[in-house]
Design a protein around this ligand. Structure first.
Ligand code: FES
Length: 150
């Protein structure tokens, strides 16, 4: 990944506090996440502390602070999926890959997130890996599916 040109990234912004969210979005679009270096640069540009930036960004689930994996696992924790075993599926991913929600495996193969409704509740519980949707998943099926992405 090429390093980010922060001067170019900030050109459309005045450097006010209200620029924070759009700058974070633009940064994540370019880098795939909000890196420690990006946080420092944004802090300098907006004259906000890194803690303030982290505080705001962590409020929004769209922002991530770890590099994305090559495969992105989303376990639906909306009501229908939660009732039908979403939590057990989360624990399966945690046990099998050794990561918690919001983390990426050390080999960068997978990242893992708990998400709200994926919009296909009748098929609960639902897991999304990259653009693929898997429905009516149980622990055994999930373990088999994960192997396909190894
Ligand atoms: S609650 Fe999981 S798809 Fe809607």
């Amino acid at each position: 990944m090429t390093p980010l040109d922060y001067r170019q990234l900030f050109t459309d912004f005045k450097g006010t506090e209200s620029d924070l969210i759009p700058i974070l979005q633009k940064t994540q679009d370019r880098l795939g996440y909000i890196s420690p270096e990006a946080t420092k640069e944004i802090s300098r540009f907006l004259k906000l502390s890194e803690n303030q930036i982290f505080g705001v960004a962590s409020f929004y689930s769209q922002f991530r602070f770890t590099p994305p994996g090559r495969n992105s696992i989303k376990i639906c924790m909306g009501t229908a999926c939660h009732v039908k075993g979403g939590q057990i599926l989360c624990e399966t991913v945690e046990r099998n890959l050794g990561i918690s929600p919001g983390q990426t495996t050390a080999d960068q193969k997978f990242d893992f997130h708990r998400v709200a409704c994926l919009g296909c509740c009748a098929l609960a519980p639902v897991v999304q890996i990259n653009d693929d949707i898997y429905s009516q998943i149980n622990v055994t099926k999930l373990q088999e599916i994960l192997k396909k992405y190894e």
